[in-house]
Design a binder for this molecule. Structure first.
Ligand code: SF4
Ligand code: SF4
Length: 82
């Protein structure tokens, strides 16, 4: 028997980010925090501080007005010993 495990990586393209914090506010798992890092456009770029809590719902990627959030989701097949 095999089980599936998700491996999720979250990237924010800081060149595109306009610091609106919509991703911070709408993530139901509070994955993002506002960082002290300012990009070249003069905006504070959020970071996925708690990426391990991400469920892969894709809301952040879909709602970012600048298309700055990119999720990479890999499904890993786990072999069950039973
Ligand atoms: S929603 Fe997009 S543009 Fe807004 S803060 Fe998040 S990454 Fe930046
Ligand atoms: S995919 Fe969903 S849970 Fe994961 S960071 Fe984005 S909004 Fe949060």
């Amino acid at each position: 028997m095999t089980n599936k495990k998700k491996e999720i990586s979250i990237y924010i393209d800081e060149k595109l980010c306009k610091g609106c914090n919509i991703c911070v506010e709408l993530c139901g798992k509070d994955v993002f925090t506002v960082s002290g890092h300012i990009n070249r456009r003069g905006y504070y770029v959020p970071i996925p501080t708690y990426a391990e809590k991400c469920t892969g719902c894709l809301i952040c990627e879909l709602i970012c007005p600048e298309l700055a959030v990119i999720l990479e989701i890999k499904e890993i097949l786990m072999q069950n010993a039973k």
